[in-house]
Design a protein around this ligand. Structure first.
Ligand SMILES: C[S@@+](CC[C@H](N)C(=O)[O-])C[C@H]1O[C@@H](n2cnc3c(N)ncnc32)[C@H](O)[C@@H]1O
Length: 239
C-alpha cells in the first residue's frame, strides 16, 4: 500500500489505527453481513482499511466511501484499481454529508475524525472532531442508519458519545478494544492540551502514552437486542 511516502500533514497515516479499523470492520460487520446489504463509509482516507478487510473476507456487497481530502482520494482510487476491487468499493471525492447515499444504506462505517481542539487550526484540519472530539461521531449517529460501526477514542468524551447514541435509540451490539500509543496527530501540543483539559473534566481517559480505541457496532434497539453500553463505558474509562 502506498501512503508512507506522503507528508503526514497531507494524508492521514497511522497504520496501527487503520489496521484496527480494518479488523473491526471485518469481524463486526463484513463477516456478519449478507452481501446484498449496502454500506456507506465516512472518511475513507487512502482506502487501505476497507481494501484490506475486503481482501480478507468473502463479502461481495458494495461499499460507497466519501473522502474530502483530494490527495487521499487519488491514492484510494489507485489502490482500489490495483487490487481489482472497483466493483465492490467506490470512493467519491466529496463530503459525506452532501450525499443522500446514507439514506438507502443498511450500515454506516467510519474511523471518524476525533481529535479534540478549540478549532480546526491543527496539522490536519479534517481530523478535527470538535471541542471534545466526539462532534463528527455524534453527527453520524444522528442520521438514522440502522447499523453504525464507529471507532471511538477514550480521550474524546466516550461516555458522552455512548449516552448520545442510546438517546437516539441505539444499543451497543458488539465491540472490540485495543490500546494505542499517542501518535503524530494526537501529540500535537494544541491537541494534547485539549485532551489534558478534557481529562480534568472527566471526559478523557488515558495513561502516560496509551489510550484506548474501540471499534463499536451500534444497532437500532429492538426488543431482544442485547446492549453492551454499560460494559463498554466501564472499559473505556478504566485508564
Ligand atoms: C481518522 S481519518 C480515517 C481515514 C481512514 N478511514 C483510516 O482509518 O485510515 C478520517 C478521514 O475523514 C476525512 N473527512 C473529514 N471530513 C470529511 C467529510 N465531511 N466527508 C468525507 N471525508 C471527510 C478526513 O480527510 C480523513 O481522511
Amino acid at each position: 500500500m502506498l501512503t508512507s511516502s506522503y507528508p503526514l500533514k497531507q494524508v492521514f497515516h497511522c497504520p496501527e489505527e487503520s489496521d484496527f479499523y480494518a479488523h473491526s470492520l471485518e469481524s463486526l460487520v463484513l463477516n456478519t453481513s449478507d452481501s446484498s446489504r449496502s454500506i456507506v463509509e465516512f472518511g475513507s482516507g487512502e482506502g487501505s482499511p476497507v481494501i484490506k478487510a475486503l481482501l480478507r473476507t468473502s463479502y461481495e456487497g458494495k461499499i460507497e466511501g466519501f473522502e474530502l481530502n483530494n490527495v487521499a482520494w487519488k491514492i484510494a482510487k489507485a489502490q482500489i484499481n490495483e487490487f481489482g476491487l472497483s466493483e465492490n468499493y467506490i470512493v467519491r471525492n466529496s463530503s459525506f454529508f452532501d450525499s443522500p447515499a446514507y439514506k438507502q444504506a443498511d450500515c454506516l462505517i467510519s474511523n471518524p475524525p476525533y481529535l479534540p481542539a478549540a478549532d480546526n487550526n491543527i496539522y490536519q484540519p479534517l481530523l478535527h472532531g470538535g471541542t471534545d472530539g466526539s462532534g463528527i461521531a455524534k453527527q453520524l449517529l444522528s442520521l438514522g442508519c440502522e447499523k453504525v460501526l464507529l471507532m471511538v477514542s477514550s480521550y474524546s468524551h466516550p461516555v458522552g458519545l455512548i449516552n448520545y447514541a442510546c438517546d437516539r435509540g441505539y444499543a451497543v451490539a458488539n465491540f472490540e478494544i485495543a490500546p494505542l500509543t499517542f501518535g503524530y496527530y494526537s501529540s500535537e501540543p494544541k491537541v494534547k492540551n485539549a485532551i489534558g483539559l478534557l481529562r480534568k473534566q472527566g471526559m478523557a481517559f488515558y495513561s502516560q502514552s496509551i489510550y484506548l480505541l474501540a471499534g463499536v457496532l451500534f444497532k437500532k434497539q429492538e426488543k431482544s437486542q442485547r446492549d453492551l453500553s454499560g460494559e463498554l463505558m466501564q472499559l473505556m474509562t478504566a485508564l
